[in-house]
Design a protein around this ligand. Structure first.
Ligand code: NAD
Length: 423
């Protein structure tokens, strides 16, 4: 891994994909699904996934077989993870509130879950059972009643057993074999088989991401996930083997993933570089990790810990590890990060699978303005206003002034008429 001085290094620009080349394809898929509904879904699934299906809905028989196909150790691990994710998100749930003012009026907010949510689970080249839990459980804890999962089938028309088992553990019944932009269009507009939802969450490839952007407004979406990234801030006390292992855990995701170490210790920098070389050789995904480290990885030498923190705040990383002697002291200086991992035992992988917070986090610098997927992702707030006669009498003249200033006479009149009745 290259070691560079902070003064000679620049964080990469936000890694937004250029989607122009696939725009017309995705627009056409959405239009076809709106017009031909299920017929279009069957046709795209045949064309793009190579599967000829009779029905899109995963059957109970398929779910039972999936359960029998996986190891009990895998089921145990998923159940443990599900419990942890549920417990964390239970703490996050918030209730409606209202407040009686001195003048007798009541103001507040009613918090309700969304009615229907669609979860996209990527298929294609790999299965992501942990993503099923991390997207679905916060929605279930929020109280969403109708959760629909979509995921592309393989060419035999099957969904990976691990995905189906994860769905069962999360508590999702409705699973449809459809992926890509056509799945997003189906969730946004509804088809004979798939109910129209209010919000679509979950990661996917560029077809999925662009389709989500295009249907936004018709439905809500969570975010557009970019390549994953980790920043590690480490001092001389950090274990170089741990730091290297965590950088590699990030790099193995994807050639576009970014793994960055910020440190003021030249000695640590050199030892981590050596460890990366050593550990890389034993990785199964050595090619992906090597490409990621060469294109987007760096060990950056800063003047001190403060400069490391400033750089990290500029990057606003999805994951931030603080491998320093007193991580809690540094925490107050961290302004932007999707999730912060404190201390040498808090490997990012703990958060990817088990700790409890959803691993769906803001990427590509969007931690400047957005947050992890959570219970809040699946609720909406309705404002509650119940004015008393005294309150209206007190405020009437100000309301009328503001309405007239904006040239909205009917607004002013709706208050005056009440005041005249009082007279
Ligand atoms: P996917 O399910 O996102 O996409 C597969 C679908 O893409 C296919 O079913 C097909 O409909 C569509 N497609 C493929 N080629 C097409 C073409 N030429 N024209 C039209 N549609 C086409 O699965 P994937 O491709 O393996 O991608 C998964 C993505 O999800 C990866 O980028 C991975 O990094 C990401 N991911 C992110 C997270 C996270 O938490 N951020 C987690 C898991 C996966």
């Amino acid at each position: 891994m290259k070691i560079v001085k902070a003064s000679e290094w620049k964080p990469r620009e936000s890694n937004k994909q250029d989607n122009r080349a696939i725009l017309s394809t995705v627009q056409s898929i959405i239009a076809q699904v709106r017009e031909k509904k299920d017929e279009a879904l069957f046709s795209y699934t045949k064309e793009l996934d190579g599967a000829i299906l009779d029905t899109l809905l995963v059957t109970e028989d398929e779910k039972t077989k999936a359960w029998q196909q996986v190891d009990t150790t895998f089921i145990e691990a998923l159940q443990k993870a599900a419990d942890r994710i549920r417990m964390f998100h239970e703490k996050e749930r918030r209730g409606s509130w209202w407040n009686m003012e001195n003048d007798g009026s009541i103001l507040g907010q009613i918090i309700r879950p969304l009615d229907r949510v669609g979860i996209y689970v990527p298929g294609g080249r790999a299965a992501y059972p942990s993503s099923v839990l991390m997207n679905a459980i916060p929605a279930i804890v929020a109280g969403v009643e109708d959760i629909v999962m979509v995921t592309p089938p393989d060419k035999n028309g099957s969904i990976p057993a691990t995905t189906l088992v994860a769905a069962k553990i999360a508590g999702i019944d409705q699973i449809y074999k459809v992926g890509g932009a056509q799945a997003i269009a189906a969730l946004a507009y509804g088809t004979e088989s798939i109910i129209q939802v209010d919000k679509i969450v979950g990661p996917g490839n560029q077809y999925v991401a662009l389709a989500k952007q295009l249907v936004y407004g018709q439905v809500d979406i969570d975010s557009i996930a970019g390549p994953s990234e980790v920043v590690v801030i480490a001092d001389n006390n950090a274990n170089p083997a741990y730091v290297a292992a965590d950088l590699l855990a990030q790099a193995e995701h994807d050639p576009d993933a970014a793994a960055i170490l910020l440190t003021s210790s030249k000695q640590l920098a050199e030892r981590v570089a050596g460890e990366v070389e050593k550990q890389l050789a034993n990785l199964e995904r050595v090619e992906i990790a090597t490409e990621s480290l060469e294109s987007n990885g760096a060990i950056v030498l800063t003047e001190g810990i403060k400069e490391a923190v400033e750089l990290s705040n500029q990057i606003a990383p999805e994951h931030l590890e603080l491998m320093v002697e007193n991580p809690w002291e540094l925490l107050g200086l961290i302004r932007h990060a999707g999730a912060v991992f404190l201390g040498s035992m808090s490997a990012e992988t703990v958060g990817d699978y088990m700790a409890g917070p959803s691993h769906v986090l803001p990427t590509s610098g969007t931690a400047r303005f957005s947050s992890a997927l959570s219970v809040d992702t699946f609720i909406k707030k309705t404002s509650l206003i119940s004015y008393s006669k005294t309150a209206l009498q007190q405020d009437a003249k100000h309301i009328i002034t503001l309405a007239e200033q904006e040239g909205l006479g009917a607004h002013a009149a709706s208050i005056r008429i009440r005041m005249e009745d009082e007279a």
